[in-house]
Design a protein around this ligand. Structure first.
Ligand code: SAH
Length: 340
């Protein structure tokens, strides 16, 4: 069966031509899905009954169902366990700041990147999420919380390892005739798949790019992130420079602070040598301890000290505000706990 919610109007027109539906039906269906947010053909009551019956046989909208909600008592953060049609489980997060609401979405069921500190990858990759599921993931969160202003693709999975579906997803979610989310309000986070960063730069997707750097030294990085064995930090930085040149978007580097491991003075110097003078931003993230990675959460004082040392070396760094501390299961942990 063909997914329909990941197609734009002209693509639906082409599909409908084969079925000899009138051209205007495509616009109606697209509008029903992306504006009226109807995710079953039965509910599209502006279509003839017979057509609705036929559509059900030929087309589908992958469903994403709410399984469980974890609400923070400290702020408005909510974490969700979501179930896909084949019973696979993913996670998403809703965060509300003063002037914007952001959702963090998963892009794959599991992950094959193998970063030692990350819970999402512990059981490997099960499968890619489809573009249809990615769209429904967003629409479900909007059904639950109202319209959101930003999307970060930083949940379970490596988005650039699921390039085609992510591309389709971003094209549809930014379609001016549908959800019309601005490209600027989408951030994609990658562990550093160098060829795909070039590929992304050459698309029209024009999203913000965040790169999980975490270590400014190849040997150290490779110990924790297998992808670093494939692409050197030099290659990675060349790719992000290219991304900036092509899109004009300042790249941000995520840096999970693991106390006494990657916040040493040598790390400050390595980061300086790598990034000084570049129009980039460093996002310091306190490690969220997971069972399989025996390191503690860094103290706020250690984070502050590291940040100040970076500032003194002329690097632009901020500490990411942790939301939903009391439900602090880091990404992938809820899913793992559920499976257990
Ligand atoms: N695969 C992509 C996106 C998902 S991970 C990527 O690697 O960027 C989103 C972010 O969470 C990454 O920066 C990742 O390194 C970070 N992360 C993973 N495990 C973490 C943990 N235990 N504590 C804090 N951040 C973590």
């Amino acid at each position: 069966m063909i997914s329909i919610n990941d197609k734009n109007i002209s693509q639906i027109e082409d599909l409908f031509k084969e079925k000899s539906y009138q051209k205007f039906r495509a616009k109606q269906v697209f509008h029903n899905i992306h504006v009226n947010r109807i995710n079953d053909f039965e509910g599209m009551t502006d279509l003839p009954l017979k057509m609705r019956e036929e559509l059900k046989k030929d087309f589908k909208i992958d469903s994403v169902k709410l399984l469980e909600t974890f609400s923070s008592k400290l702020d408005s953060t909510k974490k969700y366990l979501l179930e896909l049609d084949d019973k696979n489980i993913i996670e998403a997060v809703y965060m509300d700041y003063k002037d914007r609401s952001t959702i963090c979405i998963s892009s794959q069921v599991g992950c094959r990147m193998g970063c030692t500190f990350c819970a999402s990858t512990k059981n490997g990759l099960v499968r890619n999420m489809t573009a249809s599921e990615l769209i429904e993931e967003v629409y479900l969160l909007e059904r639950l919380n109202g319209p959101i202003s930003n999307i970060v693709i930083m949940g379970i999975g490596e988005p650039l390892d699921n390039f085609t579906n992510i591309e389709k997803f971003i094209e549809i979610i930014t379609d001016p005739k549908g959800r019309n989310l601005s490209h600027r309000s989408i951030t994609l986070s990658t562990s550093g798949l160098v060829p795909q960063i070039y590929k992304l730069a050459d698309t029209k997707l024009d999203v913000n790019l965040a790169v999980s750097l975490h270590y400014a030294d190849d040997k150290k990085r490779a110990k924790f992130m297998p992808i670093a064995k494939k692409y050197s930090i030099d290659q990675l930085i060349k790719a992000t420079d290219y991304y900036f040149d092509q899109t004009g978007r300042r790249v941000s580097f995520e840096y999970v602070v693991i106390d006494k491991v990657n916040n040493l003075d040598e790390d400050v110097e390595n980061l300086h040598d790598l990034l000084f003078g570049k129009n980039v931003h460093i996002n310091l993230i306190p490690l969220n301890p997971i069972e399989e990675f025996k390191h503690d959460k860094p103290k706020m004082s250690a984070l502050d000290e590291f940040k100040n040392k970076l500032s003194r070396r002329g690097l632009n760094a901020t500490i990411r505000k942790s939301m939903g501390q009391d439900i602090d299961a880091s990404c992938g942990q809820l899913r793992n706990n559920y499976a257990r």
